[in-house]
Every structure is written in structure tokens, then in C-alpha cells.
Write a new protein. Structure first.
Length: 266
């Protein structure tokens, strides 16, 4: 097994606050253990020339043994075939997703290398990705208890209620009708996941849709899910980032460092 010595941590302008916090803690803990860590915060929307230079450093200059990417950072930096550059690298890549799958404007619609892995914050999202993004071969959930709060609280923590309400008001009327029906179902069946509620809602109204249409509906409802969560947990809201549990974080990093992992499809 190849020894991991150099690690690149990659984030960009679209990386969530939780993702940036995770990258910061990862850098600190890995450096304490003696790894050579390069934390790159690339800003393609701010300075594309510098972004290309910084990104090219990964494969041409740094040549890491492992690349850890937060929230699909730099996924829009693509080769002429419109495939993300890091899909063509011979470097094992760990993608850590701190948002729900439908919140990413560009998701893994390309065939991922077998040496790539995706880790989801919300456990139910593993099954969603395996079902609707079949080109992603290795999908796992992050270690349970990694934060001192449940996964949805962490995932939805960076959204304010006002911001979410403003986005809700921009939805077309037909979507607001679906949302109200969905909310009624969620209130009747406490503990139901958002996605199961959507499927039941569409079934009740007799709306048959294909996979692409269904994913579009989830995309349009991306502000609704955290808004509903905040309404249900109004008394639990706080303003600060949740705390990463260091002991569990060490176990998570150990898993990332195992580059001889079992490939899902083999």
C-alpha cells in the first residue's frame, strides 16, 4: 500500500461554512500528525487566472498522495470534454459533502474514478446518490457523532430563516402548492425524511415523473427543507458553528487515509 505523506485540502467560494470549518480542523490535526498539508482556497469567480494557476499546482507541483475536496470545490474547472479536471488525475480523491445532494448545481454526473470516494453528512443521502447518480461508485456517510448536533442541524445551520423565506417566495405558485401538501404530510408523519415525504406527496396528487423531473423538484425545494426543519426546531436554533468532536474526527481522518479501501462496485 502506498504511504500517504502529502495531502491537499481543496475549497472554493461555494464551500459551506461547515465545510470550511471542517477543512480548518483537518489541516490542524493532520499537521500535528506530521503530514505535509496544503490547504488551497481557490476562487475561480474572483480571479480565474490565479485559480487555474493554483489548481494546476496540485498535479504539476505538489503531486499529493491524497486530495480532500469540500463541497465539490472547483468542479466547474473542466477539461475540453467538460469533465472536472480532478476526475482525470491519478490522485485518490475524497469528496466531503456538507450539503444535501440536490443543493449542488453541478453534481457528479460524470463517471468517477474507482479511487474517488464521496462522504455525506446526512446518512440518508448515501442511498439517494447510489440510486440517482449511478456513476459514483463509492459513497459513505461521515462518522456518526462527528459534530455535537444531529446532521441536519449542522447541514442547515448556515441558513437564516429570513434568507430561506425570501427564496420560498420566489417559487412558482404550483411549487408552493406542492410544498404545502408536502408540509402537511411531514406534520402527520413525524420523523419522515424529506425525500420520502416528497415521493408520497407526488403519489397523492397523482403526479408521475421521470428521474430527471423528480430531481428538478428536489432542486426547487432545496430552500424548503431547511426552512421546515427550522420551523420544527425553532427553540434549538443557535448562531454559532457546531463543534467537531476531536476523537471522532481522528477516526474519520484515519478512514480517509486508507487508500486501499474496498471499491463498491467490485
Amino acid at each position: 500500500m502506498k504511504q500517504v505523506n502529502k495531502i491537499v485540502l481543496l475549497s472554493d467560494e461555494n464551500t459551506s461554512k461547515v465545510g470550511l470549518n471542517f477543512i480548518e480542523r483537518t489541516e490542524k490535526l493532520l499537521e500535528e500528525r506530521g503530514f505535509a498539508v496544503y490547504s488551497l482556497r481557490i476562487r475561480p469567480m474572483e480571479d480565474i487566472a490565479d485559480a487555474i494557476y493554483q489548481f494546476d499546482r496540485i498535479d504539476l507541483e505538489i503531486k499529493p498522495d491524497l486530495l480532500i475536496v469540500a463541497d465539490f470545490a472547483c468542479i466547474k474547472m473542466q477539461c475540453p470534454e467538460e469533465e472536472p479536471f480532478y476526475n482525470n488525475m491519478a490522485i485518490p480523491v475524497v469528496h466531503v459533502l456538507f450539503r444535501r445532494p440536490w443543493e449542488y448545481e453541478v453534481f457528479m454526473i460524470w463517471r468517477c474514478n474507482f479511487i474517488n470516494r464521496c462522504y455525506c453528512l446526512v446518512p440518508e443521502d448515501v442511498e439517494h446518490i447510489l440510486t440517482y447518480y449511478r456513476r459514483v461508485p463509492n459513497v459513505k456517510k461521515l462518522q456518526e457523532g462527528l459534530w455535537d448536533a444531529e446532521p441536519r442541524a449542522v447541514c442547515y445551520g448556515e441558513h437564516t430563516r429570513q434568507e430561506l423565506e425570501e427564496k420560498y417566495e420566489l417559487l412558482p405558485d404550483y411549487m408552493k402548492t406542492i410544498v404545502k401538501r408536502w408540509m402537511a404530510i411531514m406534520r402527520r408523519k413525524e420523523g419522515m425524511s424529506e425525500e420520502v415525504g416528497v415521493k408520497q406527496c407526488l403519489q397523492e396528487i397523482g403526479f408521475a415523473c421521470n428521474e430527471a423531473e423528480y430531481l428538478d423538484i428536489l432542486y426547487m425545494m432545496q430552500s424548503v427543507f431547511p426552512l421546515y426543519y427550522k420551523e420544527c426546531h425553532r427553540n434549538e436554533e443557535g448562531g454559532a458553528l457546531f463543534t467537531i468532536q476531536e476523537e471522532i474526527m481522528h477516526r474519520q481522518l484515519e478512514e480517509f487515509l486508507k487508500i486501499d479501501f474496498e471499491v463498491t462496485l467490485l
